[in-house]
Design a protein around this ligand. Structure first.
Ligand code: AMP
Ligand code: ZN
Length: 143
């Protein structure tokens, strides 16, 4: 399904032109227009899924193999030294476009700026146990 109000649906399906690095029947990979680094790209499914919660398993299963292949190609093309894969879900997580996308961010050894970072917090053994138990005992109803 496509969402007629979604800019990434329009880009992924060719209604809005984009500098595609890759395209197949399920995905388009485009350059980000507000790049974190040189070559920052976005992997977009052609079908509309708002986020990780909604993406179908069949499509999700193709995302990482494609990212792996493209990371190798982009590493060769751009001469980068590493890669961050980032995928935001929900406004609180920094998602601004509500069509599933995987950020593919080439990293360069000479960069001084920290791009994907956090300050490590603290947690007790007891708190870790409680969190792990919560998830292990949580059941989902799936169709
Ligand atoms: P997120 O914050 O994870 O939802 O990421 C959205 C990303 O989409 C940002 O990095 C934007 O720079 C990028 N973006 C938004 N509109 C466009 C566009 N028309 N073409 C390319 N990238 C875009
Ligand atoms: Zn969409």
């Amino acid at each position: 399904m496509k969402d007629s109000n979604c800019i990434f649906c329009k880009i992924a399906n060719g209604e809005i032109p984009a500098n595609a690095l890759y395209e197949d029947e399920d995905f388009k990979i485009i350059l980000d227009r507000g790049p974190a680094t040189k070559g920052h790209a976005l992997l977009l499914p052609k079908e509309h899924y708002a986020n990780l919660y909604e993406i179908e398993d069949e499509t999700a299963a193709k995302v990482l193999p494609l990212a792996k292949k493209m990371a190798a190609k982009m590493t060769k093309a751009f001469g980068c030294d590493g890669f961050n894969l980032v995928q935001n879900n929900g406004e609180c997580a920094g998602q601004t476009v509500f069509h599933f996308h995987l950020h593919m961010i080439p990293r360069y050894a000479e960069e001084k700026e920290r791009i994907v970072c956090w300050t490590p917090g603290e947690i007790t053994e007891e708190e870790i146990d409680v969190l792990a138990e919560k998830v292990k005992h949580c059941t989902l109803i799936t169709s």
